[in-house]
Design a protein around this ligand. Structure first.
Ligand code: 5GP
Ligand code: ZN
Length: 112
């Protein structure tokens, strides 16, 4: 996807500091953080969302990234939230699969 910003970031075309990287995914800070920790976990390959035939090895890498980021950010024990907005009606604005990892402050209750 040549015009996809997360493809460009994940594949190094847009220089970005990665908090985690393996063969399948990268993790980097959100441009507009909603909490002290707000990291995005993004596959290197383009999937529209979590319901787009994502291979098991990519899902495993996403889980590995969550664990590494939570540990590095110091929220692994205190608690954090993982969100995948899926589709426009759910608030997805970048149509390349990504998981938000939020923490470092009380996040409240409710849908999100
Ligand atoms: P969504 O609403 O699709 O679930 O979340 C997209 C997220 O990507 C938003 O939180 C937005 O701030 C973030 N974002 C959009 N463009 C960029 C970018 O170029 N760099 C970074 N680091 N984050 C971005
Ligand atoms: Zn993409």
């Amino acid at each position: 996807m040549s015009d996809c910003i997360f493809c460009k970031i994940a594949n190094g075309e847009v220089p970005t500091d990665f908090l985690f990287e393996d063969g399948n995914v990268v993790a980097f800070r959100d441009l507009n953080p909603q909490a002290p920790t707000h990291v995005l976990i993004v596959p290197k390959a383009h999937y529209a969302n979590i319901a787009d035939g994502v291979p098991a090895e990519v899902l495993k890498s996403m889980a590995d990234a969550v664990e590494a980021v939570a540990e590095a950010e110091g929220v692994r024990d205190s608690g954090f939230r993982c969100i995948m907005n899926t589709g426009a009606a759910a608030g997805q604005t970048v149509m390349h699969l990504h998981m938000h990892v939020l923490g470092g402050a009380p996040l409240g209750e409710g849908l999100l």
